[in-house]
Design a protein. Structure first.
Length: 118
């Protein structure tokens, strides 16, 4: 969705790490900066870092969860390596990307409240 909004590109992959590299440098920088600002106080990330020892910087999260769509889409087949916290640590990333989309398409905003991750 983000690439379609930003550049009109419809990617052929679901790999989050690869998709993120296709986003403009300006958007990547803004997303990384906002993630860094919010990650240390984010309950899910802080908890995951403490419980399972994952790295919570954005690049590490994208590396560890790059195939989350495929894993969750085919959940009925079982999740490989259940000890790995696949995808759940990307909640903040999703909120930040959503807000970047709204930055680019402010006309999509309505009277509804938006995420606090701005």
């Amino acid at each position: 969705m983000f690439l379609a909004v930003e550049s009109g590109q419809i990617p052929e992959t679901h790999n989050l790490k690869e998709l993120f590299t296709q986003v403009s440098r300006e958007s990547r920088d803004k997303i990384r900066k906002r993630h860094k600002e919010l990650a240390s106080n984010h309950a899910v990330l802080s908890g995951a870092a403490e419980r399972v020892g994952i790295k919570t910087d954005l690049d590490s999260l994208l590396e560890d969860s790059q195939d989350v769509f495929t894993h969750f889409r085919y959940l009925f087949e079982g999740v490989r390596n259940r000890a790995k916290p696949i995808g759940f640590a990307l909640d903040l990333f999703g909120q930040i990307v959503r807000n970047r989309i709204l930055d680019l398409r402010s006309e999509w905003l309505s009277d509804e409240s938006t995420s606090q991750a701005r």
